[in-house]
Design a protein around this ligand. Structure first.
Ligand code: SAH
Length: 340
């Protein structure tokens, strides 16, 4: 049985055509699902019952459940239990400009970044499209407010679940779907080069963020195994190609890890690496975890790193921290139920 929340409008149109029915019913159904937010096919009144019955044979409209909610000031973490009993998390951040939600894209993660808690559980499976859509739909329901921004930066490597990710984007961006503007959507990757290149051809103007975290191969190899498959030269040239194709800007995320990648020479090397690239750098204070190999860079040193980038004309910001009290901060999403 498939889930109705996994269909893009085009796919839904095809489903109705395959039933020997009309395409426009898909638009109607889409609007019942995402504008009126019905939770059963019975509530749909302008499509014939017989047709809905045929649809119901192949598609379920069922939602999985939220089994825990942890709240702190301006931030809220949701634990979902999927139909197969797996758990994933999503985090809501309340900004002055709106509600932003960070969603998960996989159960577990195979990228093995040394500093990241989420990756301590190996990938079990990709999330289905509907499992990404429902994270948003269900949060909006309990929140009673609209979500204005979406970031795919929770558990998992989104570009390792590429096809479902793109369907998810089409559904949440569609004016008759969730209607979240592409510029309000961001996807973050550790650097899966072939997908970065492919993403350059995706028509929606979704923001791309790259988890860089090092200014050279020797440091990046130590902390991010993906760098062995796609070293910095390859990554940077793919990003340049993406920028030429899309005429956009990329974000580089850079976690500052004490004594590993936070020296003055690292800052200078980073500035060199990013020279002439239309980008901005988001410096991320490391959220300390149980892993004692990594410590947070102190604030003075973070500022020093920031200043060097600024002086070299790199656009740079320091990420505001959310959710460390409830283990909802970057890299900490890993359900308590699954901790080793
Ligand atoms: N796999 C994707 C998206 C998930 S990780 C990616 O790698 O981009 C989201 C961001 O959180 C990444 O930049 C990741 O490197 C960062 N992160 C992981 N652990 C962290 C920690 N303990 N403190 C701060 N940021 C962390």
């Amino acid at each position: 049985m498939k889930n109705i929340y996994g269909l893009t409008l085009e796919e839904m149109e095809q489903v109705f055509l395959n039933f020997g029915s009309k395409k426009f019913h898909a638009q109607q159904l889409f609007s019942w699902l995402y504008e009126k937010r019905v939770e059963s096919f019975d509530a749909v009144t302008n499509i014939k019952k017989e047709l809905l019955e045929v649809l119901e044979k192949d598609y379920s409209i069922q939602r999985f459940s939220i089994v825990d909610i942890q709240e702190d000031v301006d931030v809220c973490k949701y634990l979902f239990e999927l139909f197969d009993g797996e758990h994933i998390e999503a985090v809501l951040m309340k900004h002055d400009y709106g509600n932003s939600v960070c969603i998960s894209s996989q159960v577990g993660c195979n990228m093995g970044c040394k500093f990241c808690e989420s990756g301590r559980r190996k990938k079990v499976r990709n999330l289905e499209t509907y499992e990404m859509v429902l994270q948003l739909l269900m949060i909006e329901k309990v929140l009673g407010e609209r979500i204005s921004h979406v970031v795919v930066m929770g558990i998992g490597e989104p570009f390792d679940n590429y096809d479902h990710l793109l369907s998810f984007f089409k559904i949440i961006n569609h004016p008759k779907g969730f209607a979240i503007g592409a510029r309000h959507i961001t996807v973050s990757t550790c650097g899966i080069v072939p997908k970065i290149l492919e993403f350059g051809d995706f028509p929606l103007q979704i923001n791309l963020a790259i988890s860089l975290h090092a200014p050279n191969n020797s440091i990046r190899n130590q902390i991010m195994p993906i760098n062995q498959a796609y070293p910095l030269e390859t990554l940077i040239s793919a990003i340049k190609e993406y920028l030429v194709k899309t005429n956009r800007r990329v974000t580089f995320e850079y976690i500052l890890l004490n004594g590993i990648n936070d020296s003055i020479s690292c800052a200078e090397e980073l500035a060199q690496l990013l020279r002439n690239i239309n980008c901005y750098v988001n410096l991320i204070p490391y959220n300390e975890t149980n892993n004692l190999d990594f410590k947070r860079t102190n604030t003075v040193q973070i500022m020093r790193f920031y200043d060097i980038l600024k002086k070299n004309n790199i656009n740079v910001t320091i990420r505001r921290e959310f959710g460390s009290n409830i283990s909802a901060a970057c890299g900490q999403l890993r359900s308590k139920k699954e901790e080793l």
